[in-house]
Design a binder for this molecule. Structure first.
Ligand code: PMP
Length: 401
């Protein structure tokens, strides 16, 4: 009798299982539009030029491999906080942000949620948008918290359901936790406007909610990293003591390096020290201290003027290519004879498009055309390029006629 004989098979991950099925497909025309990873127009992984230069510079130095402190690489932490909060942030100027390195965006959210599950004094329920990145549910549950949805998307209108969202938020019990995608909402590609963010900020203040920002795509929406952080900055300016989880997976193409950051806003230096001491204890029991390489690269890029300029160009280039791919896809759909309205694909921002294809259409797309995407009809636009757009457009048209 094995120790594990009682274990029932778990459900496959809705995103990674798409990659596995793609790998097993022998069709040479197969296309993977599941996982959110930026590709060149030729469909290859992209090493950002700024990152390559940072790596070259690091390679010339004789760097050791000592442990980092629990909170990570301090130069990286300072640079990450500046990027999220902005140079002019009062919180930053007054040294009231606790920023620690984390294992990618996932790790930053997990660390934040674990911290909240231990120390949040209000209602331990995390309100997440419907739909959202599926892992928000897993992370909340694994951190010992419940999750509930608030309305976000209107499938009929193929746009945001802002009224529904506000209505739901008005009814969230006080002192609960609410999670927002800071920019480039995954999977819908629709974000609140600046006015709507302001209203949400007021509403969350009225309801006395703890606001948790997941910022996985800073720079990817407009190509301008400053603009893309405006939701977070608005809330902080309005006096919210937010948590911000940052990821450098997408905006520096450092997916496998697992580099991200978690920031908590505190109200005094003395409070920051207390919060920091507990954060260190949480980190110590999970992974002791974070990895070095990604932190060194990001720190080099953000702290060296020339590399930072290059990075701003690199993200603008990625954002522009994604935008042009959206236009090309819609044009191609028209060309192959689709009479459906696909304009929402051009209106959406970020890495993904929520195509509106239903489960059956998605199944057909995969089975009959070897185009791989998640069951909710989300495609990674960043994985489309000159080579596969005509093929994908024809396949989408075939299943949606
Ligand atoms: N949040 C959202 C909304 C995401 O889409 C992702 C990545 N797909 C993450 C967080 C986590 O990113 P990372 O790969 O850095 O863990």
């Amino acid at each position: 009798q094995s120790w594990w004989s009682q274990i029932k098979a778990g459900a496959p991950d809705p995103i990674f299982s798409v990659t596995e099925a793609y790998r097993a497909d022998a069709n040479p025309q197969k296309v993977l539009l599941g996982v959110g990873a930026y590709r060149t127009d030729e469909g290859m992984p992209f090493i950002l030029p700024c990152v390559q230069r940072a790596k070259d510079m690091l390679g010339e130095q004789k760097l050791d491999h000592e442990y980092l402190p629990q909170g990570g690489y301090s130069e990286f932490n300072r640079a990450a906080a500046r990027l999220a909060l902005g140079e002019e942030s009062d919180v930053l100027k007054n040294g009231l942000n606790l920023t620690v390195q984390a294992l990618g965006g996932t790790g930053a959210i997990r660390l934040g949620m674990t911290f909240l599950s231990r120390f949040h004094t209000g209602c331990k329920v995390v309100y997440i948008p419907n739909p959202t990145w599926n892992n928000h549910k897993n992370i909340s549950l694994n951190s010992g918290m419940e999750w509930k949805f608030y309305k976000y998307y209107d499938p009929e209108q193929k746009g945001m359901n802002f009224c529904g969202m506000c209505e739901d938020i008005e009814n969230i019990p006080e002192k609960s936790i609410i999670l927002f995608h800071a920019i480039a909402h995954n999977p819908t590609g629709f974000d609140p406007s600046p006015d709507q963010w302001k209203r949400l900020s007021n509403l969350c203040m009225e309801r006395n909610l703890f606001v948790f920002f997941d910022m996985a795509y800073q720079g990817f929406a407009t190509g301008d990293a400053e603009k893309d952080a405006s939701s977070v900055r608005q809330f902080i300016e309005d006096g919210h003591q937010v948590a911000v989880a940052q990821s450098f997976s997408k905006n520096m193409g450092l997916y496998g390096e697992r580099i991200g950051a978690l920031t908590l806003v505190t109200t005094s230096k003395e409070e920051l020290e207390r919060v920091n001491s507990q954060m260190k204890i949480v980190i110590r029991a999970m992974y002791s201290n974070p990895p070095l390489y990604g932190a060194r690269i990001v720190s080099q890029v953000l702290n060296e003027q020339a590399l930072r300029c290059q990075w701003l160009k690199d993200i603008q280039g990625m954002a522009n290519r994604i935008q042009s791919v959206r236009q090309l896809l819609v044009a191609e759909l028209k060309k192959v004879g689709s009479e459906k309205n696909w304009e929402h694909i051009c209106k959406q921002i970020g890495m993904f498009s929520f195509t509106g294809l239903n489960k059956e259409q998605v199944e057909k797309l995969t089975k009959e055309h070897s185009v791989y995407l998640t069951a909710d009809g989300r495609i990674s636009v960043a994985s489309l390029g000159g080579k596969n757009i005509p093929y994908v457009a024809r396949a989408i048209h075939e299943v949606s006629k």
